[in-house]
Write a protein that binds this ligand. Structure first.
Ligand SMILES: Cc1ncc(COP(=O)(O)O)c(C=O)c1O
Length: 395
């Protein structure tokens, strides 16, 4: 273990503050470290392993594909790409999919498409995209510029021009920010990194109306909250609002790197051959895994479990809030993305949980974020709640 930590720290960029734990194995909701210690995973690789670690359907599909064909260029067709694209379009608002490798790359693609579509329509001066305070869209220059959080910008200025920021869930501010230069509005239907922020029931509908009134594209970043995380396949389904473009990544391929940008046909047509590309985008192994993820989610049991366990967990966390009002300010979430806002720094609580075998996360310093695999059980939730309570009692 020491060797792995030392070698990593010596040789890899220090962009992550890592816990001194070397994880070697995962199954379902559990992870094991190099010493054989067991952990219950309430983080899922940050909302990636939605079906749990090494889900048999994902492993089977990826293994079979690995032995057949690992990579070819996008100059050719492959069966796994066709299969996953069809599953995605059949079960979403979209007609076309562009495959890439990550959330940032999917958002980068969406931002490029929004500009290209506007230019193709003759709107040469429409290039601005409005995004939300506390959003998170990625670390490339365009997605970093889209991310309205100063702490991520520091040291990288000047950012890419063409972004305006407004508060999330504030339709009046959004209306005021629209100018003749606006081409799109980009937002997470539920903010993840920004602290699990849930919009008012009618907010997204109003955003859709505003886009329709001004001919703007509505882009939903569902990188974190898509693929079943909220109890529906895509988070925007809760609000009965359809975007023009949607981005996915994280849980899309069950832990293999994959991203996707989905759009309606007349918008997708702005990307013609040669306008955009990705060497690894649509990699056959990742696509085979993604098709297995989609089929498993569509079968229904996992989404049902997400909804049931989501409300069970939420009730348990609310009960903790009642018992520890001095520590806990608010609990909010949908399905199995839940944030517990504290009145104090949460990072020490995350470390204490880890020492007791529970992996959770803290975002925005004070918000404990729970994103367990969607197959989590009542017993596992009870265990997490009792560990949390044991920590709160001592505070
Ligand atoms: C909503 C959202 N968009 C985009 C990203 C960036 O994804 P990636 O790290 O795969 O580039 C993230 C990552 O946390 C995210 O939560």
């Amino acid at each position: 273990m020491k060797n792995t930590v030392a070698i990593t720290d010596q040789n890899i960029f220090q962009t992550y503050s890592r816990y001194p734990v070397v994880l070697v194995k995962g199954k379902g909701s559990k992870l094991w470290d190099a010493q054989g210690n067991e952990y219950l995973d309430f983080l899922s690789g940050i909302a990636v392993c939605n079906l749990g670690h090494c889900h048999p359907a994902v492993v089977r599909a990826a293994q079979a594909q690995l032995g057949r064909l690992i990579h070819v260029s996008n100059f050719f067709y492959t069966e796994p790409q066709a299969a996953l694209s069809e599953l995605l379009t059949r079960h979403s608002f979209a007609d076309r999919v562009f495959f890439c490798n990550s959330g940032a790359e999917a958002n980068e693609s969406a931002l490029k498409l929004a500009r290209k579509y506007s230019q193709d329509r003759g709107h040469k001066k429409r290039f601005e995209v409005i995004t939300m305070h506390d959003s998170f869209h990625g670390r490339t220059f365009a997605t970093l510029s889209a991310t309205a959080q100063k702490k991520f910008h520091k040291g990288f200025e000047p950012l890419l021009p063409g972004f305006r920021y407004v508060p999330f869930n504030d339709i009046a501010a959004l209306k005021r920010a629209v100018t003749p230069h606006t081409c799109a509005i980009l937002l997470e239907p539920i903010q993840g990194e920004g602290g699990v922020n849930i919009p008012d029931a009618s907010y997204l509908k109003k955003v859709r109306q505003l886009c329709d009134e001004h001919g703007l594209l509505l882009i939903f970043d569902e990188v974190q909250v898509g693929m079943g995380r909220t109890g529906k396949l895509f988070a925007h389904e809760h609000y009965r609002v359809k975007p023009d473009i949607m981005t996915l990544a994280k849980a899309l391929a069950g832990g293999l790197p994959a991203g996707a940008m989905l759009a309606r046909k007349h918008i997708a047509e702005s990307f013609t051959p040669g306008t955009h590309a990705s060497t690894f985008g649509g990699n056959p192994v990742a696509m085979a895994a993604g098709a297995a993820v989609m089929k498993t989610l569509l079968q229904g049991d996992v989404l049902n479990n997400c909804r049931m366990m989501g409300s069970y967990f939420m009730n348990g966390l609310m009960a903790l809030k009642k018992r520890y009002p001095a520590i806990i300010r608010e609990v909010r979430g949908k399905g199995l993305i839940i944030g517990m806002e504290l009145n104090r720094d949460g990072r020490e609580i995350v470390r204490q949980c880890l020492r007791q075998g529970i992996i959770i996360n803290c975002t925005m310093d004070k918000i404990l974020r729970f994103v367990p695999p969607l197959i989590i059980s009542r017993r596992e939730i009870d265990h997490c709640l009792s560990v949390l309570e044991s920590i709160f009692t001592k505070l």
